[in-house]
Design a protein around this ligand. Structure first.
Ligand code: TXA
Ligand code: MG
Length: 313
């Protein structure tokens, strides 16, 4: 059900409800930072484990600043360059101002300033909003209002912002061992970050970090449709009935190919990825082979990681 900014403000401020909001990355399931009743509902609706903290969305740095303590070095440079936008920064925060349920008991807060004008308007009207991606835990994120409605029902309140421009979640940076490191690959790449940091941040993938994962959500299966994704490198084989591939490639004649987009345009693939994964389920496809012969670097690394995570059962 499409609602206005004013309807959303009333549901959030007067009725302890949650609403879905567009951002430039993916749709979020929003509740006011101070309203722990609504925040509980987010965990229930998503079936999200309580040890998985939420990102807090602010209108700008000035609104976030009172919640932060001991901001790590270069925090202001990062926010100055990438906010508003798809960069989430983890920082120590004031424990009395950020409810424990939001932090999942950690002493840090993940914060971001979305660029989407409707998200901005709602935050300016209601104040800081927590918002995980608007999908049941583990399944592909929602990048269109109809994705939210198909996951949570036609009556679920959604602010309609059309298709999300980027289509992949924000990049998450964490300050560890005296350097910023990437806790989740995202729309902003290490090359863009290097220009501001003066060094290339390393990616703390869950497989490389030995101790507790930095970003608890990364422990879980993610972004996965019901359809089993089987990955292949090298040549496709004759046994492949369904293939997820790229416009400029040739595939065996017997295969039915669904195209992710062009190998010359990773942004288009990012924009479409979750929609295409969701369509596989709508069409009832049980198994599909994904062409992983894709370039290295930049957004391709994020796309590769998302597809790999979506393939884990
Ligand atoms: O693009 C995005 O970031 C979207 C839009 C709606 O803003 N949001 C999003 O939220 O992707 P979610 O909840 O699906 O993913 C947030 C990730 C989770 O993996 C969570 O574990 C991690 O951020 N996270 C949140 N707070 C954290 C903290 N204090 N320390 C470490 N990781 C944190
Ligand atoms: Mg998510």
């Amino acid at each position: 059900m499409h609602i206005s900014i004013e309807d959303a403000a009333q549901l959030l401020l007067e009725q302890h409800q949650v609403v879905a909001i567009p951002t430039e990355t993916v749709y979020g399931l929003a509740a006011p930072l101070s309203n722990t009743v609504s925040i509980q509902k987010i965990f229930q609706i998503k079936n999200r484990p309580s040890n998985n903290p939420l990102i807090v969305h602010f209108a700008n740095y000035e609104q976030a600043q009172p919640y932060l303590i001991n901001e790590p070095p270069l925090f202001r440079e990062l926010t100055g360059n990438f906010w508003p936008g798809s960069l989430t920064l983890i920082s120590p925060c004031k424990l009395d101002l950020v409810p424990e349920i939001v932090r999942a008991g950690l002493t840090t807060m993940a914060c971001r300033v979305p660029a989407h004008p409707l998200a901005q308007q709602l935050i300016q009207r209601v104040g800081p909003l927590v918002a995980p991606s608007a999908n049941p835990s583990g399944s592909p994120s929602a990048t269109r209002p109809e994705h939210v409605e198909s996951d949570f029902g036609q009556n679920f309140p959604v602010i309609n912002g059309g298709e999300c421009q980027q289509g992949l979640e924000s990049t998450i940076l964490h300050f560890i061992d005296n350097k910023w490191a990437i806790a989740r690959l995202g729309a902003i790449t290490d090359i863009e970050l290097e220009k501001v940091l003066g060094y290339k941040p390393i990616y703390l993938s869950s497989s490389t970090s030995t101790s507790k994962p930095i970003c608890p959500g990364q422990m879980y299966r993610h972004y996965a449709p019901k359809c089993a994704l089987r990955l292949f490198k090298g040549e496709p084989s004759e046994i492949m009935e369904y293939i997820l591939g790229f416009a400029e490639k040739n595939y065996p004649k017997q295969a039915e190919v669904t195209y992710l987009g062009s190998l010359h345009n990773p942004f288009q693939i990012a924009h479409n990825l979750y929609h295409v994964l969701r369509m596989l389920d709508q069409r009832g496809i049980k198994e599909i082979w994904v062409d992983m012969n894709i370039p290295k670097g930049k957004l391709w690394d994020t796309l590769r990681e998302r597809i790999k995570k979506a393939s884990i059962k």
